[in-house]
Design a protein around this ligand. Structure first.
Ligand SMILES: Nc1ncnc2c1ncn2[C@@H]1O[C@H](COP(=O)(O)OP(=O)(O)OP(=O)(O)O)[C@@H](O)[C@H]1O
Ligand SMILES: [Mg+2]
Length: 239
């Protein structure tokens, strides 16, 4: 009989009973209402759902950027919100890659510098960070745009810089929020090829929020966020 490893039993990422509300002056908006999820290492998971249902909120909580009101998020068996000081910063910088829906690039820095930041923060030398960022941006078809600032890039180019920045440290877990929303068919296909390669060669795990039927159908599993909970995809909906 094959030996069962501990790492095979514990999901890479899990969430249990997650609630999240936003309080405004007049009311309380209950976004996540008892959300659960388990993601195995090497899985490519899609999350779909209507606009405003809470998909970005969910990704921010899974990646330790925002806190749930109640419930827990475990990464490799550890509750990420119950660790020592400094754990979350290190977790976000060394384990997770983020591709934000609004890109969040720094306006005063070039495409190359923006893509280099996570590598520099992790401790790579400027030379190594620059080489990695250049290679990643070239792979995204941005060889001629390395020294452009975000205001000098098109929407699709900006998105590709954000993708390069999210992937540069080859994180164990990448959380990507509508990563192909601004891309044309060719750039979208190149992104899908790249993440498939990273998944195949390095067993990287991806959780991808998307409205793209094509991207969703290329993933291992797709869950739908409805009424604050994740469940199986209702195949009758259009994304
Ligand atoms: N900081 C906040 N304060 C108050 N309300 C918020 C806040 N952030 C998000 N919301 C509200 O919470 C709900 C969920 O937002 P979220 O951005 O997670 O939706 P989404 O599913 O990602 O939508 P989309 O597909 O349009 O990106 C929305 O109705 C939004 O208006
Ligand atoms: Mg969103």
């Amino acid at each position: 009989m094959n030996e069962v490893k501990h790492s095979d039993l514990v999901p890479m990422l899990s969430a249990h009973g997650v609630y999240k509300s936003f309080k405004t002056f007049h009311s309380e908006l209950k976004v996540l209402r008892g959300m659960d999820i388990q993601v195995q290492k090497g899985e490519m998971l899609g999350i779909v759902g209507a606009s405003g249902v809470g998909k970005s909120t969910l990704l921010h909580i899974l990646g330790g950027i925002d806190r749930p009101d109640t419930g827990k998020i475990c990464f490799e068996g550890k509750d990420i919100f119950q660790q020592e000081n400094g754990f979350l910063e290190k977790f976000r910088n060394t384990q997770v890659g983020f591709v934000f829906q609004m890109f969040n690039l720094l306006a005063d820095f070039t495409a190359l510098e923006n893509a280099m930041f996570p590598a520099l923060i992790r401790g790579d030398s400027r030379k190594i960070a620059r080489e990695k960022a250049e290679a990643m941006l070239c792979e995204m078809g941005l060889k001629e745009r390395l020294h452009h600032k975000p205001s000098e890039l098109s929407g699709g180019e900006t998105q590709r810089v954000a993708l390069a920045r999210g992937l540069i440290n080859q994180p164990k877990l990448t959380l990507a929020d509508e990563p192909t929303g601004n891309l044309d068919a060719k750039a979208g296909e190149a992104f899908m090829e790249l993440i498939r390669k990273l998944n195949r060669e390095r067993n990287q795990t991806f959780i991808i929020v998307t409205h793209s039927q094509k991207l969703a159908s290329s993933l291992d599993r797709v869950l739908q966020l409805v009424d604050g909970k994740l469940g199986p995809l209702d195949t009758n909906i259009s994304l």
